[in-house]
Design a protein around this ligand. Sequence first.
Ligand SMILES: Cc1cc2nc3c(=O)[nH]c(=O)nc-3n(C[C@H](O)[C@H](O)[C@H](O)COP(=O)(O)O)c2cc1C
Length: 221
Amino acid sequence: MDVKEAINRRQSVRAFSRRSLEREKLTAVLEAALRTPSWANTQPWEIYVAAGEALERVRAAYMGSFEQEEPRRSDIPRPEAWPPAMLKRMEELREARVKALEADLGGEAARADMMTLNREFFRAPAVIYLCMDRTLTPWSIFDIGMLAQSIMLAATEAGLGTIPAYNLVVYPDILHEELDIPEELSVIIGIAIGYQDEDHPQNRFRSKRRAASEAVRIREN
Ligand SMILES: Cc1cc2nc3c(=O)[nH]c(=O)nc-3n(C[C@H](O)[C@H](O)[C@H](O)COP(=O)(O)O)c2cc1C
């Protein structure tokens, strides 16, 4: 698979199959991704993977927090407001996802399925948490973002599905506790990884992109 194909083929997998994820495959993906560039080669990332019983503990603790409606927060603050053009694209995405699922499941069931899968960590067999020192700033989140895409592209080449999800990091205290993540680290993002459920309607959804003619400006004079 060439790079362009991997970029094009990667898409968020929101339903994983029960097939277990081979440890060697997971480590090969992470090893490949560690070639990601970073500011002055600082390599600010610390990577924690939750799998097996550790993941079940995190999942169960999250489920309890979701049910108690405990306020969600992440170590990285969300913007207070989004610029209108982005808000519009977020709304378009949500509508398109519900509409695509409605065709398979019906309105209420579609919404419920989206929520349940998010809460169940998309039934993934493993979640990769990307962390960095709390004293760092968005300057280094740039590096973490690149690492995330490297992981997802290497996973695509290995025949694995992924989804980067904010929802996976909304209760950071649980992650610190269950995965022994030191307090001096912030948890930036989680990436669920595994084999995708080929039959699940959620995985048939393909998100749109702006055309290059709209997003790119090349100035030559
Ligand atoms: C930082 C980040 C956080 C995300 N969080 C979630 C999430 O919590 N739940 C979810 O269903 N998708 C989440 N996504 C997936 C995006 O919705 C998805 O990447 C976007 O719609 C583009 O679709 P694609 O990944 O299929 O190309 C997240 C993506 C990123 C980059």
